[in-house]
Design a protein around this ligand. Sequence first.
Ligand code: ATP
Ligand code: MG
Length: 174
Amino acid sequence: MQIKRLKLSGFKSFVEPAELRIEKGLTGVVGPNGCGKSNLLEAIRWVMGENSPKSMRSGGMDDVIFAGTEQRPPRDFAEVVLHAEDDDGEDLDVMRRIERGAGSAYRVNGNDVRAKDVSLTFADAATGAHSPALVSQGKIAQVIAAKPTERRQMLEEAAGIAGLHVRRRDAESK
Ligand code: ATP
Ligand code: MG
């Protein structure tokens, strides 16, 4: 799977609608402190189904919505659209939208889906919110210091078999 475009609106510091093209190969995000580099990476994780506020550096999920500044009023929703191409060359459009106090909704190619469907789609494609393809600040040090079980989880995510564990856990709890 290859991420082609990312559209953000009202997500953290990306208050005005913004669109980014992501080219093939390795992409680095550079810029001065506080310009939104980490927010951008978090937007990619978020649209892929990340649900831990801590990994979004937030207290609650509503904190990803633009909170306002002295000059600008806060927004009441945040939306991120990820456009990708899967390994068969098929287009994949994933949208996540959160409204203040109302939680998240997801759409894949225009159809309403569950959060879990989105997470599994990305897990099967060896990508997703915890994908080793997304390298954030401090991550290299974390890989070096990881316990064997944690390192195994990273390798399973890289190999695209993480989704199988989710399905097995599901099946066992039924
Ligand atoms: P560094 O180089 O220091 O790591 P960075 O480029 O990664 O910086 P980010 O952490 O992505 O920067 O962006 C921080 C900015 O985003 C801060 O100015 C912060 O106020 C702003 N921000 C975060 N969440 C929100 C929000 N919900 N509403 C408005 N602004 C936000
Ligand atoms: Mg940062």
